[in-house]
Design a protein around this ligand. Structure first.
Ligand SMILES: [Zn+2]
Ligand SMILES: [Zn+2]
Length: 342
């Protein structure tokens, strides 16, 4: 079978490897669609494990199961999570699934014709797709689950709140859609005019060019500052702006972070007297995945309008370039197998 092996963003090779044969408690799935995530192109995050086969937004079809596998059979349409927490340790019990010390990872990733799913992931990390959910839509399950989790950590993101989203890439747009679904007043900001237009079309009430003074524009356009500020960009300039947009008692969520070589300073004294919270949110957990599947199935969150590119596996380098460039792409989906329903 063919896999895409990532050495760095400029060097992704299509390599031929043996198609795995599932053991008694494993199964083989055919990858029908796999999204390129913003985190796939973050070299400081991925390089320590390179070369690797990335791809964690997988919609797949079961093709072969080991004799001991009861939960799934050939033909089942599934989403396979990239990692599965143990659900038993203190971290898991307290809802901090992404830091579970016994977390199991599924590698190689989904930029491959087939993926071997190990036992633990079959048991706790593979989800049957609703009949109405396409494989392409299923590539949004993981990113939407991460967004669900971030907004959950931010105190739920409640009806009537003002939410400012910095960065209108795929994740930022999902944040906008989810906050709108909760009837929030949503303000979107980005440096890219095309993305701001899209943000407005997909539901943002107000859009602000990030090159302007966002806090000033926010107070011109909206009566109050933001109860929730979500950083969905790694730009440090956005962090400085974000500090000024948050209301007293509000929360700033780092959904994305600046690179490890960047320093940011926090106006702590100001935040102390205003009781402002700073949170980070990384990845997602099983309850978030279940919520994301429901949100997509019920069309509470529509995702098809975010797909800009569909490419075969052999064009993956171009796909990564499109995501890196970010000018004309939102969601780029790789189709390692081009047959049947997508
Ligand atoms: Zn992702
Ligand atoms: Zn655990």
């Amino acid at each position: 079978m063919k896999v895409a092996k990532w050495y760095n963003n400029q060097d992704i090779r299509i390599e031929e490897v043996p198609t795995p044969t599932p053991g008694p408690d494993e199964m083989l799935v055919r990858v029908m669609a796999c999204g390129i995530c913003g985190s796939d192109i973050v070299e400081w995050y991925r390089l320590p494990r390179a070369p690797l086969v990335p791809g964690h937004e997988i919609g797949a079809e079961v093709v072969e199961v080991g004799q001991a596998v009861r939960k799934f059979s050939p033909g089942d349409r599934v989403f396979v999570a990239p990692k599965v927490p143990c659900m038993q340790c203190d971290y898991c019990i307290n809802g901090h699934y992404p830091v579970c010390t016994r977390i199991k990872e599924r590698l190689p990733g989904g930029f491959a014709e087939y993926v071997l799913v190990p036992h633990t992931l079959i048991e706790n990390g593979t989800y049957r797709l609703p009949d109405t959910t396409s494989f392409e839509q299923s590539t949004f399950i993981e990113p939407l689950a991460c967004v669900v989790r971030a907004q959950r950590l931010a105190g739920g993101v409640q009806q009537g709140q003002t939410v400012v989203v910095f960065g209108c890439g795929m994740s930022g747009l999902l944040h906008i859609k989810l906050a709108k679904a909760k009837n929030c007043q949503v303000i979107a900001t980005d440096v890219n005019a095309g993305r701001l237009e899209l943000a407005a079309r997909l539901g943002a009430d107000i859009t602000i060019d990030a090159a302007e003074n966002v806090a000033e524009r926010l107070s011109d356009a909206n009566d109050e500052k933001a109860g929730v500020v979500i950083l969905s960009t790694s730009a440090t300039s956005a962090v400085d702006q974000a500090w000024k947009c948050v209301d007293k008692g509000g929360v700033i969520v780092f959904f994305a972070v600046p690179g490890p070589d960047r320093q940011i300073s926090i106006p702590l004294n100001d935040f102390w007297t205003k009781e402002i919270k700073i949170l980070t949110s990384y990845y997602c957990g099983p309850p978030d995945i279940i919520d994301a599947i429901d949100l997509i199935e019920s069309e509470t969150i529509k995702v098809d309008d975010m797909i800009t590119h569909r490419l075969p596996l052999k064009d993956i380098t171009r796909g990564f370039q499109l995501v890196l460039d970010g000018k004309e792409s939102i969601k780029v989906i790789i189709h390692p197998n081009r047959r049947g329903r997508i």
